[in-house]
Design a protein around this ligand. Sequence first.
Ligand SMILES: C[S@@+](CC[C@H](N)C(=O)[O-])C[C@H]1O[C@@H](n2cnc3c(N)ncnc32)[C@H](O)[C@@H]1O
Length: 194
Amino acid sequence: MLENSSVVLKPPLYDTLIDKSESLNFTMCSDLLTGSLLRTLVGTKPGARILELGTGTGLALSWILDGADEESTIVSIDNDSELIKLVRNHFNDESRLELICEDGNDWIKKYKGPSFDIIFADAWPGKFELLDETIDLLSTGGIYVIDDLIVRDTWPDGHFEKVTSLISKLESFKNLNLTKMNWSTGLIVATKLY
Ligand SMILES: C[S@@+](CC[C@H](N)C(=O)[O-])C[C@H]1O[C@@H](n2cnc3c(N)ncnc32)[C@H](O)[C@@H]1O
């Protein structure tokens, strides 16, 4: 039935990446349900150009790559060279993937290439920072996804206000249709109208 736990077949590298993340004490991996949603969304866009801001240990990337067709390309950015090295090792035969070790804000500011059909903004750049510039990078009909919006005890002082203001700002974009999902860790999925 509709139990969240009976989600789906996981991507091939899923368990390996979970083990690796645990061994590194990396606690910022996306939730299983978010991964499942990303894979489903990616499947709506054959030949997509996909951008992930915040590669982490590559868990969300494993879902994205699992859902993307052979013509799709994925750019994923993290400023932690150790994480990028780890992900590169796990996905070394993946020709669709470009991994970039750089500060996300610097990358967003200087990027002049084609727009993206899906953006998963999973670091401060593209979410709490340079939001307008990131939405500018989205194609018409493109999908913007963010997670971790449901309040948690572990949020530092001031984070609630940051999230509230991010949601208000997203609501103010006339060219975005938003769906707020009180599900998984709390997501917004938005499509760009023009
Ligand atoms: C929430 S984790 C990403 C998790 C990953 N997307 C997943 O779902 O498995 C956020 C990542 O953003 C990276 N990060 C933090 N600040 C950054 C910045 N200014 N530029 C690029 N990456 C950054 C961190 O190193 C961390 O790996």
